[in-house]
Design a protein around this ligand. Structure first.
Ligand code: SAH
Length: 363
């Protein structure tokens, strides 16, 4: 029997933060603190527009009110390690949360965009055997504010010119750090709202720049399709057949490949967004030509794109990445089937960029 954790343990609940709340909830919070409602929008301007999270710099708010506000602006992420590579344009951060849990985020600057890869849970309960995060199990869900603050931390560093290439903005966010985002549905949807809702309500990012990656929690995929936020859905398939996927992505024992793909096509239909199929190429495990052909058959004709990821072996793993030859053949078979495919670049590999590796080292 596989041991899957769909419900996170309740311990370690993080302190309430204004980033957990919608604009109207932030106004209500002001009333509870005995502050005028307009303070909420002033704070939102500092957080989302000026990207300034230190109340001491908020000179449009008097010192007494700034002190009062601190009770709903607790420090959520304590940066305990930062590592950079690619001439400083890839920056991985390890944060300690209020209860000692560790989470990671990665900022990747490209000539035309900045992508942040963020975590939705401390640890993960999905138990995929090739993933570093999966090995340690689930600690807890992140709060909405803990998720959003990872993006804001990167946005602040960029705005302050701390990343080579001059001041910049975060254009893309991918939920491909630690955790299964759809197993922390409520807080992730809250975070999506904070990211895409227009300024003062939220950060005003484009939904098309945001990708939610999932092992395939079928009912949650369908629910997300109806949230009215057309973010990109990425599905971690890794095998086209149930026999193999049952072991590579153990939740497949609950929802089969055909059910996951049906939900994916429903998502595509509802949102009009092209879906992404994630497929980590593992030498002699899932990289055979027949599997590429089967995958091509299943995907052909749909609004979908395959993202092949050369396996980043976790410490002690018996598996390695496919050979360049096998990778080329896999790509060719998908192209022959008429399915668009790219091979993901492997940024940050030398800084343990793969899912969960920095936290695993620290722990
Ligand atoms: N739980 C979500 C998101 C986090 S992982 C999900 O599974 O989709 C983001 C992606 O990285 C997933 O496709 C995951 O399968 C993949 N991944 C995890 N460990 C990997 C490794 N060692 N090498 C390559 N890809 C990996």
């Amino acid at each position: 029997m596989v041991d899957l954790v769909l419900e996170a343990p309740a311990r370690g609940k993080p302190p309430q933060h204004l980033l957990d709340m919608s604009r109207s909830e932030r106004r209500d919070a002001m009333a509870e603190l005995g502050l005028p409602a307009f303070r909420a929008d002033q704070v939102s301007t500092h957080l989302f527009v000026h990207l300034q999270d230190d109340p001491d710099t908020w000179t449009d708010i008097n010192a007494t009110d700034r002190t009062t506000l601190r009770s709903v602006l607790p420090t959520l992420l304590d940066p305990i390690r930062t590592v950079a590579c690619d001439d400083g344009t890839t920056v991985k951060s390890l944060f300690r949360l209020h209860d000692g849990s560790l989470v990671e985020s990665v900022l990747m600057r490209y000539p035309d965009r900045v992508t942040m890869c963020i975590s939705s849970q401390a640890g993960c309960g999905m138990n995929c055997p090739f993933c570093a995060t999966g090995q340690a199990g689930l600690t807890r869900n992140l709060s909405t504010a803990e998720i959003v603050d990872q993006v804001l931390a990167g946005a602040r560093a960029l705005a302050a010119g701390e990343v080579p290439g001059g001041p910049g903005r975060v254009s893309n966010v991918v939920f491909m750090g630690m955790g299964e985002p759809l197993a922390n549905y409520r807080n992730v949807v809250g975070a999506l709202h904070r990211l895409v809702d227009p300024p003062l309500e939220g950060l005003g990012m484009s939904a098309r720049g945001i990708t939610v990656s999932t092992v395939g929690l079928v009912p949650r995929i369908r629910q997300l399709a109806d949230e009215g936020m057309p973010v990109t859905l990425a599905v971690s398939l890794h095998a086209p057949d149930d026999h193999l996927r049952d072991t590579l992505v153990p939740i497949n024992n609950r929802w089969k490949v055909s059910e996951v793909l049906d939900a994916t096509w429903f998502y595509v239909e509802q949102t009009g967004r092209r879906a992404s199929i994630e497929y980590a190429l593992i030498k002699d495990i899932n990289d055979q030509r027949w599997r590429a052909e089967l995958l091509g058959e299943m995907l052909a004709g749909h609004l979908v794109h395959v993202n092949l990821i050369p396996l980043n072996p976790t410490p002690g793993s018996k598996w390695t990445a496919s050979t360049p030859q096998a990778e080329r053949e896999f790509v060719a078979a998908l192209r022959e089937a008429g399915v668009p495919v790219t091979v993901r670049d492997t940024r940050g590999r030398e800084i343990d960029g793969a899912c969960g590796q920095l936290a695993a080292l620290e722990a």
